[in-house]
Design a protein. Structure first.
Length: 253
């Protein structure tokens, strides 16, 4: 058993060292997986901080999750109901948009669809920060709903990254399974780190999440820059040239 684990580790290390394209894809994904998981785990605390009620907190009272309401039961009930509705709507939108994004990834290329998703999440994080920090948008349900709609309509990260890894290997190759294993390992590590960070944020009893969301948007912008600078288009040129859209462009030229 130990020998097999050692052999697997040596194999993964060899792939990491000898596959520069793999590193170019997985380094942005490592950052993205952390940010993506952390944003999901912060939905609840963020929505609790938006709850407003008639009972205002008094000095010395236990923090309820919102600096605008001292009724802990009410804060939790309202935030959980909102989170369930918003996440359900986001998943429903993603269910319709996901196949369309997958088709786009097979026609216009992997990178454009990946950049679309990254820019969509960046815009959503900035809007989250505005909702938390600007008085005229504080707790705006329409603005928060728009954030979740943006995330649901532009998220196709797994499809794009796995397609990129498949493009890098030959059909039926053993390398493909290894690439996928490394991909899921990186994603699991990102989720583990995100869980640790989310737990620390809860201990800090944040009253306002403006800075948090703006930092998240900044990190996502960094991922956009990494993709533009490092991640190559992996969709084979013959597939790109045979797509209907690319064919029209060729005729116009």
């Amino acid at each position: 058993m130990m020998r097999k684990l050692r052999d697997d580790f040596v194999s993964l290390r060899r792939f990491w060292v000898e596959s520069p394209k793999l590193k170019r894809v997985l380094i942005p994904y490592a950052v993205l997986s952390l940010v993506f998981a952390l944003s999901i785990q912060t939905y609840g605390p963020f929505l609790r901080s938006m709850v407003v009620c008639a009972r205002k907190p008094q000095p010395g009272e236990i923090f309820t999750g919102s600096s605008h309401c001292s009724d802990a039961n009410l804060v939790i009930a309202i935030a959980q109901a909102q989170e369930g509705r918003l996440v359900g709507m986001k998943l429903l939108v993603h269910g319709f948009a996901g196949p369309l994004l997958a088709v786009l990834a097979d026609t216009v290329g992997r990178r454009p669809v990946l950049l679309l998703g990254l820019l969509g999440f960046t815009a959503a994080f900035v809007l989250f920060g505005c909702v938390a920090g600007l008085p005229f948008l504080h707790g705006s349900q329409s603005a928060i709903t728009l954030c979740f709609l943006l995330e649901g309509a532009t998220s196709a990260f797994d499809v794009v990254f796995l397609s990129m890894l498949a493009d890098m290997t030959k059909p039926g190759s053993v390398d493909r399974a290894t690439y996928f294993s490394v991909y899921y390992t990186v994603g699991a590590l990102g989720e583990a780190v995100a869980t640790r960070i989310a737990a620390q944020l809860l201990r800090w009893h944040l009253r306002n999440y403006t800075c948090f969301w703006l930092v998240m948007a900044s990190v996502m912008s960094m991922v956009v820059a990494l993709v533009l600078a490092c991640v190559p288009e992996t969709l084979p040129a013959p597939v790109l040239s045979s797509s209907p859209r690319m064919g029209k462009l060729s005729l116009r030229r």
